[in-house]
Design a protein around this ligand. Structure first.
Ligand code: ATP
Ligand SMILES: Cc1cn([C@H]2C[C@H](O)[C@@H](COP(=O)(O)O)O2)c(=O)[nH]c1=O
Length: 221
């Protein structure tokens, strides 16, 4: 089963993925955690170029193509083989992030995003997408506090997208909610402004419900 986590900056995706992985492993599932952009060797190289701001001056179209190239490599060299090998794959961001960041707030036309998505995912759609939702300002504050702690160790600075205007981040929040409203079977919106534990309970319940639905339909987790 392929599980993706989406949402704005600092909403707790990495935190919840780690907790979900622990809970699923305790139930006997083999679990692989991964992230985008990145996850595979080729895609991690592209991650560095994009998040450092190295492609920003070449425009959003080039960034969208780089995200798609990275996603294609990630799907074919890591995600699909892991799923075929029987692991559950938990991925921090996937195709919805391109739809929101490059499509909605990057102003790229929907047909272009659709085409790049088709090429990159090559038929592999998430079985469930958890959208962690909270006011953008709170998520950014969490991300800033995390960066501040890290800065003492590694001189961290906000990445290419974190540094953008609050209004842009709020627009992204609305765009993720819109995706969830348009695809309610795949997407589950979880209120991320609560405690880590309360969120983790809802995330696990949503994933277990999808596992049961799939088992009822005769598909293995
Ligand atoms: N429910 C929560 N309440 C308070 N703090 C939280 C909560 N969940 C996560 N955090 C903290 O907020 C910060 C951001 O969390 P995390 O790295 O999991 O978010 P993220 O969505 O993966 O971020 P990014 O979008 O930047 O990758 C971390 O310092 C984390 O410990
Ligand atoms: C997959 C994907 C990501 N992005 C943006 C979203 C974030 O600002 C960064 C990734 O950083 P994170 O700390 O690992 O969340 O990249 C994007 O714009 N488009 C995408 O497809």
């Amino acid at each position: 089963m392929f599980v993706t986590f989406e949402g704005g900056e600092g909403v707790g995706k990495s935190t919840q993925i780690r907790l979900l992985a622990g809970a699923l492993e305790a139930q006997g599932h083999a679990v692989r955690i991964t992230r985008e952009p990145g996850g595979s060797a080729g895609a991690e190289a592209v991650r560095h170029v994009i998040l450092s701001g190295g492609a920003e001056s070449h425009g959003v179209r080039m960034e969208a193509l780089l995200f798609a190239a990275a996603r294609s490599d990630h799907v074919e060299t890591l995600i699909r083989p892991a799923l075929d090998g029987g692991s559950m794959v938990l991925c921090d961001r996937f195709m919805d992030s391109s739809r929101v960041y490059q499509g909605i707030t990057g102003n790229l036309p929907e047909p272009l995003i659709d085409g790049l998505e088709r090429l990159a995912i090559n038929g592999l759609r998430p079985d469930i997408t958890i959208i962690l939702d909270m006011p953008a300002a709170e998520g950014l504050e969490r991300a800033r506090a995390r960066a501040f702690k890290a800065a003492e160790l590694a001189n961290a600075v906000p990445d290419r997208f974190e540094k953008e205007e609050l209004e842009t981040h709020e627009k992204r929040r609305e765009a993720f909610l819109d995706i969830a409203a348009r695809d309610p079977v795949r997407c589950r919106v979880v209120d991320a402004s609560r405690s880590v534990e309360a969120i983790a309970r809802d995330v696990l319940a949503a994933v277990e419900a999808r596992i049961s639905e799939r088992q009822d339909a005769g598909v293995e987790a």
